[in-house]
Each structure stands twice: as C-alpha cells, then as structure tokens.
Design a protein around this ligand. Structure first.
Ligand code: 16G
Length: 240
C-alpha cells in the first residue's frame, strides 16, 4: 500500500490510503485509528510521516484528535450545493435528516441603520430578530440570526420560528421567495458560538450572510449564520 520507490510523498500515500478506508466504509465515524506507532511499524515509515498524514486528514476534516485519547474518524460533512435557494428545513429533509431548532431569541426590535439598510426599510422600523440553533438529527449544525421586517412579514410566532420560516412565508403568506445573494467567510468560533454549537473554542466555522428577496426584489430577510466547518462543505457546479 505504501510504495517507498514512488515519487509520491509517503505521508500523502498514507493519507490517501486512510481516506480510502473512510470512503469505502471500512472506517466509520467515531472509530479510533491505530496509534501512530503502529502505522509506523506496519509500513516501516517514520512516526513523523504518520503524524503528517494524520494532521493533513485532521485539517481536511476526515479525522479529529481528542487529547490523551487518540485520533478518530470524523462525521461525514454535509455537502451543500450553492445553486438552489433552499431553506435549512428543506435541505435536511432532502438528506433524510430530521431538522429541529433551538430558539435562542425571538424579539421585535427597532432596526438599527445597518439592518434597515440591508432590508431597505427606514431606521427604527420594527424587525423580527430571530436567533436559532439549527440541528440535524439533534446535532447542532449552525447558528442563525434572521432579521425580517415586521411590517412586511406579519404575525411570525415562536411556533413558526421553531419550524420553517420559508415554509410560513410561502405557504401561509403566499409570497414568492425568489433570489438571494450570499457571502461565505472563514472564521473561528467565539466562546459563545462554540458553546451553542457544542464545538471547541476557536474551532473553524463559516460565517454566512444571506440577503433574500421576493419576486419584486423586496428584501425579505437578512441573515447572519455561523456554520460548523467540520460538518459542512459547499459545492458549486461550474461550466465554461
Ligand atoms: C437557510 C438560510 C437562511 C434561511 C433559512 C430558512 C443559509 C446560509 N441560510 O438556513 O437564510 O432563513 O434557511 O430556514 O442557507 P427555515 O425555512 O427552515 O426556517
């Protein structure tokens, strides 16, 4: 499996070998990997080489380390296509996962100028501020804060926020959510984000801002989200 005469670096060969075991299911999420020493002896390579392969796989999200306990296979990341304009509820259901929410905040507040600007309303007009932990099969995936004009989307309730905002807007208010623009930036989890998402302080996350519009270009929401980088990757199809 490891070919010392190959021009391909040894750490990379080991990395690809372990990736293969994960991808074909021989290693499952939560499984402990044999210690570095065992790999080094088995393939007659240095422990440094094994460590380099492990580190790469940790950085790529295939493995994670627990101090004093060892190295384990990580959960598969959710691959989210960026083409369609979908809701969290739709995305999770489409994957056979059960979506749920933990509501952290549900308030009507006067819009500060930044929020008013994003929603194209006047400063201090009422907006819903809805902060939710979004879970899939009970596991926190993202933290989302929505700002929605209360004069545009009337009658939002805690019950609705605990289910689907898009579902309510489209099915009950008969409005058509039409387009969105989204910016994704890498970051590391603050203490509070880490606590809510059940990840380590400073763990990698993605900050996402979405501006969503109705058919007539009226802004329907401005959303700031923090997605777990160990559980999510984004995919876009391109054509030339
Ligand atoms: C997604 C959207 C968010 C939207 C939410 C509605 C991203 C980054 N964000 O999470 O903007 O508010 O779906 O979900 O994709 P819901 O209909 O399940 O409440």
């Amino acid at each position: 499996m490891i070919n010392k005469n190959s021009p391909i670096p040894l750490y990379y060969q080991l990395e690809e070998h372990i990736k293969g075991l994960i991808e074909n299911g021989e290693l499952s999420p939560g499984d402990a990997l044999p210690p570095e020493r065992e790999y080094a002896e088995k393939y007659q390579i240095s422990r440094m080489t094994v460590r380099q392969a492990f580190t790469q796989l940790v950085n790529e999200g295939y493995l994670y380390r627990l101090q004093g306990k060892g190295t384990f296979v990580a959960e598969r990341k959710i691959e989210q296509p960026l083409q369609g304009l979908t809701s969290f509820t739709e995305d999770m259901k489409a994957r056979g996962l059960t979506p749920s929410n933990k509501l952290i905040k549900f308030e009507i507040i006067p819009a500060i100028s930044q929020i008013a600007g994003q929603l194209k309303i006047s400063e201090y007009e009422p907006v819903y501020e809805i902060k939710r932990i979004r879970l899939a099969d009970g596991v926190p995936m993202a933290l989302e804060t929505n700002y929605i004009s209360a004069n545009l989307i009337k009658g939002l309730t805690v019950q609705i926020a605990n289910q689907s905002l898009y579902g309510h807007i489209e099915e009950h208010l008969n409005l058509r959510i039409d387009s969105a623009s989204q910016v994704i930036e890498s970051s590391s989890a603050s203490q509070n984000e880490a606590k809510l998402l059940k990840i380590a302080n400073g763990a990698p996350v993605m900050h996402i801002q979405r501006n969503t519009y109705l058919h007539d270009d009226t802004p329907v929401e401005f959303v700031k989200s923090v997605y777990r980088a160990d559980r999510y990757k984004f995919m876009i199809q391109m054509k030339r």
